[in-house]
Design a protein around this ligand. Structure first.
Ligand code: PNS
Length: 159
């Protein structure tokens, strides 16, 4: 079975990595799909986000990291994915996730969204929070992989 785990990954966090590891165990091929849509004004370029993801998933043979643009559901169809994985951290995620899942279902009925409950260790974590902590010089240990810490700090300094 082919599945897709889409997101902005700006940058990848330990919460994302936990979902990727768990979702990869349930699928033959897991595409980690990075949104290229510039309207979200990402901090990291799509190439940078992809390179970080490739590095953190290099030991998981059935994971492929790719960019995507346009509708997620069209990308899912192109790669033959019948499942979309999304992580759920808290109830506050649910409304937005439900809206996306229902919209995707309306657009293409045979693709299912599966919600994976985030590991409680990471349920507070988000890419935005990571960037905010870095902006004010906080310690990112345990929130992103060690090599990502320096990338985030360097990027924030240059802004
Ligand atoms: O990590 P994010 O930013 O929460 O991921 C959101 C993402 C990329 C999954 C979502 O914005 C998306 O799928 N965008 C592509 C356009 C689309 O298909 N939108 C949902 C259907 S209305």
């Amino acid at each position: 079975m082919i599945a897709v785990y889409p997101g902005s990954f700006d940058p990848v966090t330990n919460g994302h990595i936990d979902i990727i590891q768990r979702a990869a165990k349930l699928t033959d091929t897991l595409y980690v799909a990075v949104l290229t849509n510039p309207s979200k004004k990402p901090t990291f370029t799509v190439e940078e986000r992809i390179n970080l993801l490739k590095k953190v998933t290099e030991d998981i043979p059935n994971v492929k990291v790719e960019p995507f643009s346009g509708l997620l559901i069209d990308y899912a169809e192109k790669i033959g994915a019948k499942i979309i994985f999304r992580g759920l951290r808290a109830v506050s995620d649910y409304e937005y996730e439900l809206q996306m899942a229902l919209a995707n279902k309306k657009l293409k009925g045979d693709t299912e969204t599966l919600f994976m409950v985030s590991n409680s260790k990471y349920s507070f974590l988000s890419s935005s929070l990571v960037k905010e902590i870095a902006t004010f010089g906080g310690d990112l240990t345990g929130m992103v992989p060690d090599f990502v810490i320096s990338e985030v700090e360097a990027k924030i300094k240059r802004r």
